[in-house]
Design a protein around this ligand. Structure first.
Ligand SMILES: NC(=O)c1ccc[n+]([C@@H]2O[C@H](COP(=O)([O-])OP(=O)(O)OC[C@H]3O[C@@H](n4cnc5c(N)ncnc54)[C@H](OP(=O)(O)O)[C@@H]3O)[C@@H](O)[C@H]2O)c1
Length: 259
């Protein structure tokens, strides 16, 4: 039986790489992001290459109630989702006193509230069917408090914690929740946040396809979390053993030094 995968933020970067990977693996796709045009173009291109069934749901997921609307749209299509990838996200970086609160509220809504609501809505069917895989995209910031990116990192810390707690409850159900924690990855993300010329995005930047492969493998194995790449693993490990003052200074340098 063909399984169905729902991927948010599929039109660019890591989400786009996930969409290609799941199409390659023969899934039926439900792709969600804001731009209807980009979704239509993406569905056409993937269908031409992999001949798989693709549904698209154009929606701004940072608007309250979006998760229920996505769930209702999936039910209207009479689909059962076996794989749910909550990937859509963005960054509002900078000194907290200067950043835009509206953007930060949208980020909290999209990363924390929306992701939680999607799990609440899709998990019951997965548990009832004895199988399901959820992958939520976190960040190395899930582990490291980030000066000059404080709210973003805090939303990603929330994703890590809520996902790990829920995943532990799901033991023996056939359902798992995995958090993929990428570090700097070559996508549109940094340019949209105006941080593409910082040290953080010039050193050890990973390829989106590689990051999605790592997430896909961890999700299929039912792992609770995975940090993408050796450099990012080392960075997270160092943050656990170094004094907070040193980690803060290094993080600030990475986010503030322009190259
Ligand atoms: N790139 C990195 O260095 C990096 C590092 C750590 C974690 N991450 C995380 O990885 C995930 C994917 O990011 P990326 O690097 O692939 O970024 P990206 O290239 O900017 O792609 C983001 C995707 O999310 C969609 N999206 C953004 N806001 C949305 C909204 N309000 N509603 C619906 N869709 C929305 C975008 O499509 P539309 O604009 O058309 O809606 C796009 O498809 C994010 O959660 C990000 O926090 C990225």
């Amino acid at each position: 039986m063909t399984k169905t995968a729902l991927i948010t933020g599929s039109t660019s970067g890591i989400g786009k790489a996930f969409a290609e990977k799941l199409a390659y693996e023969n899934y039926r796709l439900v792709l969600v992001s804001r731009s209807a045009e980009k979704l239509a173009a993406q569905a056409g291109a993937i269908n031409e290459k992999y001949k798989c069934t693709i549904h698209t749901i154009p929606m701004d997921l940072s608007i309250p109630g979006a998760a229920q609307q996505v769930f209702d749209a999936v039910k209207q299509l009479d689909l059962n989702v076996q794989v749910l990838i909550n990937n859509a996200g963005f960054n509002e970086a900078g000194r907290f006193s200067d950043t835009n609160m509206n953007k930060e509220s949208e980020m909290i809504q999209l990363h924390a509230v929306y992701t939680t609501e999607m799990m609440k809505l899709f998990l019951p069917d997965m548990v009832a069917n004895g199988y399901g895989r959820i992958l939520n995209v976190g960040s190395t910031g899930s582990y490291i408090p980030c000066p000059y990116d404080a709210v973003y990192a805090a939303t990603k810390a929330y994703i890590l914690h809520v996902s790990k707690g829920i995943n532990a409850e799901l033991k023996w159900t056939g359902v798992s929740v995995t958090v993929l924690c990428p570090g700097s990855t070559k996508t549109e993300f940094a340019a949209k946040a105006g941080i593409e010329d910082t040290l953080l995005f010039k050193l050890f930047v990973m390829d989106a396809k590689k990051v999605a492969e790592i997430g896909y493998k961890a999700m299929q194995k039912g792992k609770s979390s995975v940090i993408a790449g050796i450099y990012n693993k080392l960075m997270v490990f160092s943050s656990k053993i170094l004094p907070a003052a040193i980690t803060n200074t290094l993080t600030m340098k990475m986010l503030k030094s322009r190259l």
